[in-house]
Design a protein around this ligand. Sequence first.
Ligand code: ATP
Ligand code: MG
Length: 386
Amino acid sequence: MENVIVIRYGELYLKGKNRAFFERLLIKNIKYKLKKFDCELEVGRSRYLVKNYAPVQENEIIAALGTVFGIHSMSIAVCVPNDYETLEKHVISTAPASGTFRVSVNRGDKRYPINSITLSAKLGEAILRANSNLSVDLHNPRNTVWVDVRENGTAYIYCKIIDGLGGMPVGSAGRGLLLLSGGIDSPVAGYMMAKRGMSFDVLHFHSYPYTSEQAKNKVMKLASILKDYCGKIRMYSISATKIQEAIHKCCSDSYMITILRRFMMRLAEKTAQKLECGCIINGESLGQVASQTLESITVTNDTVKTMPVFRPLIGMDKQEIINISEKMGTYETSILPYEDCCTVFLPESPVTRPTIAKTKEEENKILNYNELLSEAFDNLELVKIF
Ligand code: ATP
Ligand code: MG
């Protein structure tokens, strides 16, 4: 008797003619995760099996598959000979201890002498005889005992379902540019887009020497955690120091963040074009801070002309964002207390209802604005490929 891991996929079912494309990507992403284990992946219709792995690695394999978008759920199944007596013995040991259940038989081998309905009923009766704490509920059971009768004289039996991440396979929805700060929100924004199948590169703005090496390392750490979910990530950085000094010197204090964010968005668009990313992704959430009111977003969004800006957290509460950040494993790093460039020269009362006209008026006070923009872009640096 050996164990196998059954992998099921979710929303791909909905895909018509394109389904093969999504499946190929999902299989590729699963194989990539399984590379470090000694095991086999068997690809079947609508579900896959991980076989021939060392039992001590089972939990690690499940954890690795738990980072793959596109997997709906997994089960650990026992693989046994499919003669009736053996099946009976193993459904009894797999069944839950109490509550309602049903047996669901899938006969991959149609030559098997007992048909699915009869086999389900017989196995169900056997389970009931062995455990009087159980009762059958065919329509809404708390547990299902699955029996998958295979062609090669074996069967898989399982009961527990382990949730996968759901979503779509990464790589199926194009590539974006994620603006990654050291905060809680932007890693979650990347994760949410990856969940819909998007891969991305990362751009970080630093204000060295006002921001430290530790602040940069923190962002690198966040990118390396994101990589577990999103595949290859190229991390770039740009210095925002000179523009911040210029804004501080020339512009009204309350417009500091608004003007800085417009500068960042212009650079993000140029960088995305250069890297052939089709959109910008950021971690803004409506009303969370002064720079994320409708008016502020209107003013910063105004600078981006050639691509959409995706804000997957726009309608989420902070606590919801924190919950995801804890689940994905970035929270502990995000709360380390290193400064971000947006916190350098922080104004006492940032404007919450800026207008485009007034912002442009302030921006125009920086006479060498375009030079600063070109210079910053010229210094775009590839930090690391994760
Ligand atoms: P976060 O927790 O992601 O830092 P926040 O709530 O602190 O977000 P802001 O500082 O206003 O909000 O930033 C909003 C978004 O702008 C961030 O989610 C991120 O996408 C982007 N951003 C902010 N600072 C930087 C930075 N230094 N480098 C790259 N992107 C940034
Ligand atoms: Mg921030």
